[in-house]
Design a protein around this ligand. Structure first.
Ligand SMILES: [Fe+2]
Length: 546
């Protein structure tokens, strides 16, 4: 079966293609439109479809829209309730339903040749659930979904049997939503709602959870496996922060209190699920599952042997989940996600043609990994563009900005290149077989940067740029078999410096989506103080200023 998945309803519009149970392509619309998150999550934008990413998925597989057996749309308007009934204060929320009801016609118009009867609605949290439970590297597992909202719920807990059929055990209806509560505090702390929640997580490391008792009274699990979130008057604890204003101890303490409570409640929800099923493996998705600090606490304390988190845990991942769910429902046996590199790639000839047309001087070294390691060892910052782009918000060695971890100043330097806040950490990549030596505690393997790890005391001074203020690092473990080029780069860097770690952050600048095409890479290299661009096997050097 040929099944396309589409996410369009809130934000992070994306498309994914599953053929005969195998994931062949997945991409977010922002990488094509160059608009971060694709759109703002307002009802007026719900009609906009991920047209470019959907067309690319088909092109990539050599398909026409008429060839598709099914299209999954990751929101089912039949499950929605009026906004007022759900405690939502948005007089325009009904527009979402109107647009969702018309989505089959919109999709058939955007993909000429496709009949609208081929479009099926997949419940939002079932799509999130499938992106975890059907994409995980194991068959048969518990699944936990938490986000801001779906049609009328904000949570799902259930179990996938060995054949990939979901049994839902409990859902939590709105207005109770841990995701929306976290979005509220994100906005209150002066960051962008539905976008910058990870900044609250980073800020939390600077604070103490002084207001934890008060947050516990407002946010708590209930015996049926769900939870309650009562409104919180944040002003009691810290003054509202305007965007760009300096943050204070109160802001960091409030962030730490909400973050800590999120961790506690997630552990309770996961423990409840495990008690129901007796399961040993858990898969998670939904925007809340991008919180790598909370994921780490769940991995440690909820009692599961294994935890797998979908790298596109936010709404983009529902495109993949909708496609996987329909493929399974149509009788295909679906195979696990091969990796997050499911986006666009260019051949060496195509990359060289782009360099030529830009009239840039470039070289083709014998091994780009050695040349880049040399530049990194000399404390250069390198833009690294290799293979297929990543699905989800993390750069995983395909569209990355790389730096030497041994210079503490490189954190500020990278945050300056990217135009980011100075309190934000940058993450290290390390060979999977070396991870336990440098990082003393935390889930391994960690191929998608979805967990945090303690940096072993002996290494803290050796890789200071990789260490967050609380002594942790959000690592990416690299497997030689699946990422041979990145593995060679790590080897080459260690030979020169004695350090088995390289700093890896996403290749983009503030407010822009990650670089996807070679042209995006040249624009980024042209405008940011990056020393070297590695575009496939080619390198472009920044000329020395005399
Ligand atoms: Fe969602």
């Amino acid at each position: 079966m040929k099944v396309l998945g589409i996410n369009a309803i809130f934000h992070d519009p994306a498309a994914a293609l599953v053929i005969d149970g195998e994931i062949v392509a997945a991409a977010e619309e922002e990488r094509f439109s160059r608009r971060k998150h694709g759109k703002r999550p307002v009802p007026f934008s719900a009609w906009e479809l991920p047209e470019q990413s959907a067309r690319w998925c088909l092109e990539h597989a050599g398909l026409e829209p008429a060839d598709l057996d099914a299209v999954g749309y990751s929101f089912d308007p039949a499950l929605a309730r009026p906004a007022a009934e759900q405690g939502l204060h948005d007089p325009w929320d009904h527009l979402r339903l109107t647009y969702a009801e018309a989505a089959p016609r919109f999709i058939a118009t955007a993909l000429p040749g496709l009949h609208r009867d081929r479009v099926d609605y997949v419940a939002h949290h079932v799509a999130h659930g499938a992106s975890a439970g059907l994409a995980a590297p194991f068959a048969g597992c518990d699944v936990l979904v938490l986000d801001g909202r779906g049609e009328s719920a904000s949570h799902l807990a259930g179990r996938y049997d060995e054949s990939g059929v979901l049994k839902t055990l409990v859902t939590q209806e709105l207005p109770h939503s841990i995701g929306l509560l976290y979005e509220d505090v994100t906005e209150y702390l002066g960051f962008l709602r539905s976008s910058d929640e990870y900044k609250v997580m980073a800020l939390a490391a600077y604070g103490r959870p002084r207001y934890l008792d008060a947050v516990r009274e407002a946010v708590y699990a209930v015996p049926d496996g769900g939870f309650r979130t009562e409104p919180v008057d944040w002003a009691v604890y810290a003054p509202a922060r305007r965007a760009g204003q300096d943050w204070t101890e109160e802001h960091a303490d409030l962030a730490a209190s909400v973050q800590r409570r999120l961790e506690e409640v997630l552990v309770e929800l996961a423990s409840w699920l495990r008690a129901q099923t007796g399961g040993t493996r858990l898969a998670m998705a939904g925007g809340v599952a991008l919180n790598c600090v909370a994921n780490t606490v769940v991995a440690r304390e909820a009692g599961y042997d294994e935890l797998w988190v979908q790298p596109a845990a936010g709404d983009a991942g529902t495109a993949l989940g909708a496609a996987l769910h329909l493929a399974r429902a149509l009788g295909d046996s679906v195979r696990p996600m091969p990796g997050a590199d499911l986006g666009r790639a260019w051949s060496d000839d195509e990359l060289e043609a782009v360099l030529r047309s830009a009239r840039l001087p470039y070289e083709r070294p014998a091994d780009v990994a050695e040349t880049v390691a040399e530049a990194l060892a000399a404390d250069g910052i390198v833009a690294w563009f290799q293979g297929r782009s990543e699905y989800g918000p993390r750069a995983l060695g395909h569209r990355s900005l790389l730096a030497h971890p041994g210079r503490a100043a490189n954190l500020d330097r990278l945050n300056a290149v990217k135009g980011r806040e100075r309190f934000r950490p940058v993450a290290p990549m390390v060979l999977a077989e070396r991870a336990a030596e440098v990082f003393s505690r935390g889930p391994v393997p960690s191929p998608y940067m979805l967990f945090t790890h303690d940096v072993a005391p002996a290494w803290r001074d050796r890789v200071p740029a990789a260490v967050h203020v609380d002594g942790t690092a959000r690592i990416q473990t690299v497997e030689r078999a699946t990422e041979p080029l990145v593995a060679r780069l790590l080897d080459a860097f260690e030979r020169r410096t004695g350090l088995p770690v390289v700093i890896n952050t996403s290749l983009n600048t503030a407010g822009r989506p990650m670089v996807d095409s070679p042209r995006d890479a040249l624009e980024c290299f042209g405008s940011a103080p990056v020393d070297l661009l590695a575009l496939g096997p080619f390198v472009v050097r920044r000329p020395e200023v005399r």
